[in-house]
Design a protein around this ligand. Structure first.
Ligand code: PDD
Length: 278
């Protein structure tokens, strides 16, 4: 596999950065994950726009223009002959002697790599996924796609240990979002419900696209919070993310959502999203 590190394409095994990198020392950096389908980036403008916003929120300047970043993403996909999977990119405030305040005159670090994944044919799309709830112990700026992911690592590990594929994080009695995905339910009245964007969640690119695609098809969408009791009483529940597209949620903490089988609306929205991605 070929990776990209600060201007150079190098074999993944040879790709390296300094141990003084602030991404490593302070999680002082931002990341993005774009899906790749049929060798093409999916909804990449949305991911680039969010990257720009995230770096702005932490006063970090991108070392390349967005146009150049997209060229690098595309070149990496081509060099790796990636048909289906993800491009991961990360930008940090660079390497400098350890000091909390920003260093002067240091160039940000930009790295990218690809990961193969058959997102379209994921078995979970047919079987649905099991979700475990955990308290949301993250910081107050979850709208920034920061590389500080320890809370999500612990949440998703707890989910994995319980035999679940995703964690839903709970705050003040309602769901914020998944460990690495946005959370939706379909109410008894056939309304899609997902939490509104704020500092409490990451503004999901897939979430936004799925909401628009649903509304185009006369499915009502309401942005508000929901509880686990409401999710369990709902007709359907599902998650969205760049790395999973749309996946039905069939159980929460071992209790079934409706009949415990993937719902028709989630399944249909998944197909619609795949068409959009192509
Ligand atoms: N995660 N919420 C959180 C906390 C996320 O980490 C992600 C994405 C999402 C969904 O956003 P999008 O639809 O733009 O991918 C929501 C990525 C895929 C990851 O960390 O691997």
């Amino acid at each position: 596999r070929i990776a990209y590190v600060n201007g150079a394409f190098v074999p993944l095994e040879e790709a390296s950065i300094s141990i003084l990198d602030r991404g490593f020392l302070f999680a002082d950096g931002i990341y993005e994950v774009s899906a790749v389908l049929d060798g093409k980036l999916v909804d990449n403008e949305a991911h680039l726009a969010r990257l720009q916003r995230s770096v702005g929120e932490i006063a970090l300047e991108l070392p390349e223009t967005l146009a150049r970043i997209e060229e690098i993403q595309k070149e990496l996909v081509a060099r790796n002959r990636l048909a289906s999977g993800m491009v991961y990119m990360q930008v940090t405030r660079g390497a400098a002697d350890r000091d909390f305040a920003f260093p002067r005159g240091v160039k940000p670090t930009l790295v990218m790599f690809t990961q193969e994944k058959d997102i379209v044919n994921a078995p979970a799309a047919k079987t649905g996924i099991a979700v475990k709830t955990v308290p949301d112990i993250r910081w107050a700026r979850r709208d920034i796609k920061s590389v500080a992911l320890l809370a999500q690592v612990l949440a998703k590990q707890a989910a994995a240990e319980a035999g679940c594929q995703e964690a839903w994080m709970i705050e003040d009695g309602v769901v914020t979002e998944g460990g690495s995905s946005s959370a939706f339910i379909l109410t008894a009245g056939d309304v899609l419900v997902t939490r509104p964007n704020s500092n409490a969640i990451l503004p999901g690119c897939t979430r936004k696209a799925v909401m628009a695609l649903a509304e185009e098809r006369q499915i009502r969408v309401e942005e508000r919070t929901f509880s686990i009791d409401e999710a369990l009483a709902a007709k359907e529940a599902f998650i969205t993310s760049a790395s999973s597209f749309v996946q039905p949620v069939v159980t929460i903490d071992g209790r079934p959502v409706a009949d415990g089988r993937p719902g028709p609306v989630a399944t249909r929205l998944r197909e619609i999203y795949i068409d959009f991605a192509r």
